[in-house]
Design a protein around this ligand. Structure first.
Ligand SMILES: CC(C)(COP(=O)(O)OP(=O)(O)OC[C@H]1O[C@@H](n2cnc3c(N)ncnc32)[C@H](O)[C@@H]1OP(=O)(O)O)[C@@H](O)C(=O)NCCC(=O)NCCS
Length: 180
């Protein structure tokens, strides 16, 4: 099983069926915090739904199309970070993420993103990494901004969330710009 230690507290582990209960509990306890920007939260009603996500994530990994990792903080499940499907012809990928409400404000996701960007450029040999955030999702936008991404534009009605369409900010970084 893929496992990557970031520092004394944070570890990334390729999502696995063994994590389904912890992942579901985490989603279930953070619904209000997560559902504002993640439309799949409301249809995640039991650990079977989490298992379906893990199953599709394993298939994505098996066909070399990217993967999702659980983020573990001091040995506890804290959230997920993942690549959306890789665009192999353009050598680009976008990254998505969420944290259990208990673990926000500690820099965990910025550190996890740094590893995912590094892996995208140096191991997957991609050329561009993108992060898209709802315009008013300031905590999410702060991550690409902290990591040196360029704000490339705004897609009007770019995301359909639970409360309706929102504009979506596109951030990008190129391999030649990445300086860990
Ligand atoms: C988006 C989300 C993951 C951001 O979480 P976050 O905790 O703000 O992000 P980080 O883990 O990178 O932590 C950054 C915070 O820790 C602080 N911090 C502490 N040590 C830090 C360090 N070493 N490095 C960076 N930041 C650090 C920062 O100052 C910042 O706090 P602030 O917002 O009070 O300024 C979280 O809000 C979330 O899960 N939201 C709901 C789901 C969602 O919106 N997903 C994204 C959809 S695009």
């Amino acid at each position: 099983m893929f496992k990557h230690v970031i520092d004394d507290n944070i570890e990334l582990r390729l999502v696995d069926m063994d994590h389904s209960e912890e992942m579901f509990k985490s989603i279930d306890s953070s619904r209000k915090h997560l559902r504002k920007y993640l439309p799949w939260v409301d249809i995640t009603k039991s650990s079977d739904d989490t298992k379906a996500f893990i199953e599709s994530s394993k298939k994505q990994y098996a066909v070399n199309n990217g993967f999702n990792a659980g983020i573990w903080y001091k040995g506890e499940f804290a959230g997920v970070i993942g690549y959306h499907d890789i665009n192999h012809s353009k050598k680009e990928v976008s990254i998505g993420y969420w944290l259990d409400e208990k673990y926000i404000g500690k820099g965990i996701m910025t550190k996890a993103c740094r590893e995912f960007i590094d892996y995208a450029f140096n191991t997957l040999e991609l050329n561009r990494v993108e992060i898209r955030c709802a315009e008013d999702n300031l905590k999410s936008r702060a991550i690409p901004e902290r990591l040196g991404f360029t704000k490339e534009g705004v897609i009007r009605d770019g995301e359909l969330l639970n409360h309706g369409y929102v504009d979506c900010v596109v951030y990008g970084i190129l391999r030649r710009e990445w300086n860990r």
